[in-house]
Design a protein around this ligand. Structure first.
Ligand code: NAD
Ligand code: IPM
Ligand code: MN
Length: 368
């Protein structure tokens, strides 16, 4: 039996709370004979407190060795004034960059039971199934220079650099077109070509790849600000949205609310396929952060984290039946009304983080 090596990085705030629920799910699959081996390490503020860095070299090595990394969340007020280079979020950015996780898949699916949990009208979100493909290792997150400079007159100037190379846009475009072929065959590419050179370049590059390799897929270009508006106006017009690192960050938080809560949105961060082994480096992370306002209270919705593990089953381990069963268990639990506060139906009693994990395990059992 193949053994899958998972590195768990719970992080800060609600990260450890939602990771605990994933461990229950992993434990259940293990009991059923799926070979999972887990290790746990520190990241974010927790790593800073222990090592003075947002991720240790040892944890980076473990991440490089793992078949998949499961990442909780990092950050919190406690670390707001630590040096910029070692802030909690730097640990996540280092993982993405050094593991080469350029493709971030953020599916926004509105479960039937949650069509009323969204702040938008039922008919706008019911049945929604879109995929945001966010470029994750380039753009303004990593471009140099990135600095605050003090000028001769004592005033300051701040610079971030939005930078993309041909191969970076080409490879993320290919990921989006490939995914679209397995879905509804449409890609919407979002940039700001009306004000940014990187936007002009993005549009040209995506158009060229489309023409040369994917002319069977429908392609449309949309300005990123309009894309944000269209996402709340009529999100079902989209299938796959491909966009850069910063726009992808923002558009995916918007998409989260279409599904009912930021606590619902999972994601997969994938590297390039190794031609020798067919394997790719991968990290699975909910789209939400450490949620300091609810941390430590047992209120967090663990479904984004559990759904991220479901994406690991699908994309790293090829365990498609198991992934489908987990999705079904989540859908059934939501339909039964077992929900945390962020998605509870009006007039019902919300349950805690652990109750949702327990209910999903129970439902997995019932589905077997
Ligand atoms: P956040 O995502 O942590 O929280 C935004 C809002 O959504 C809060 O009201 C929170 O309670 C709610 N929320 C988030 N996840 C939830 C869940 N699972 N269940 C129920 N409600 C949930 O964003 P923020 O408040 O802007 O950021 C807090 C910290 O998290 C910052 O330090 C930020 O940098 C960090 N952050 C980390 C990640 C990550 O680790 N991947 C992602 C985003 C933000
Ligand atoms: C996300 C987060 C991260 C990002 C932060 C924590 C660095 O907001 O994954 O959406 O901006 O990419
Ligand atoms: Mn974000």
């Amino acid at each position: 039996m193949a053994t899958h090596k998972l590195l768990l990085l719970p992080g800060d705030g609600i990260g450890p709370e939602v990771m605990r629920e994933v461990e229950k799910i992993v434990g259940w699959f293990r009991k059923r004979g799926v070979g999972f081996e887990t290790e746990t390490d520190l990241v974010g503020g927790a790593a800073y407190d222990a090592h003075g860095a947002s991720i240790s070299e040892a944890a980076m090595d473990r991440a490089q060795q793992a078949d998949a990394v499961l990442f909780g969340a990092v950050g919190g007020a406690k670390w707001d004034s630590v040096p910029y280079a070692v802030r909690p979020e730097a640990g996540l950015l280092r993982l993405r960059k050094e593991l080469g996780l350029f493709a971030n898949l953020r599916p926004a699916i509105c479960y039937p039971a949650l069509a009323d949990a969204s702040s938008l009208k039922r008919e706008v979100v019911e049945g929604l199934d879109i995929m945001i493909v966010r470029e994750l290792t380039g753009g303004v997150y990593f471009g140099e220079p990135k600095e605050i400079v003090t000028l001769e007159d004592g005033s300051q100037r701040a610079i971030d650099t939005q930078l993309y190379h041909t191969h970076e846009v080409e490879r993320i475009a290919r990921v989006a077109f490939d995914l679209a072929r397995k879905r509804r065959n449409k890609v919407s590419s979002a940039e700001k070509m009306n004000v940014m050179k990187t936007g002009v370049f993005w549009r040209q590059t995506v158009t060229r790849i489309h023409k040369a390799e994917f002319s069977d897929v429908e392609l449309e270009h949309v300005l990123a600000d309009n894309c944000a508006m269209q996402l709340v106006r009529w999100p079902k017009q989209f299938d796959v949205i491909v966009t850069d690192n910063l726009f992808g960050d923002i558009l995916s938080d918007i998409a989260a609310m279409l599904t009912g809560s930021l606590g619902m949105l999972p994601s997969a961060s994938l590297g390039a396929e190794d031609p020798a082994t067919g394997q790719r480096k991968a990290l699975y992370e909910p789209v939400h952060g450490s949620a300091p306002d609810i941390a430590g209270k047992g209120l967090a919705n663990p479904i984004a984290m559990i759904g991220s593990f479901g994406m690991a089953l699908r994309y790293s381990f090829g365990l498609l039946d198991e992934a489908d069963r987990l999705d079904k268990a989540i859908a059934n639990v939501l339909a039964s009304g077992t929900r945390t506060k962020d998605i509870a139906a009006p007039g019902t009693n919300p349950v805690g983080t652990q109750d949702v994990g327990d209910a999903i395990v129970k439902e997995l059992e019932a589905l077997s």
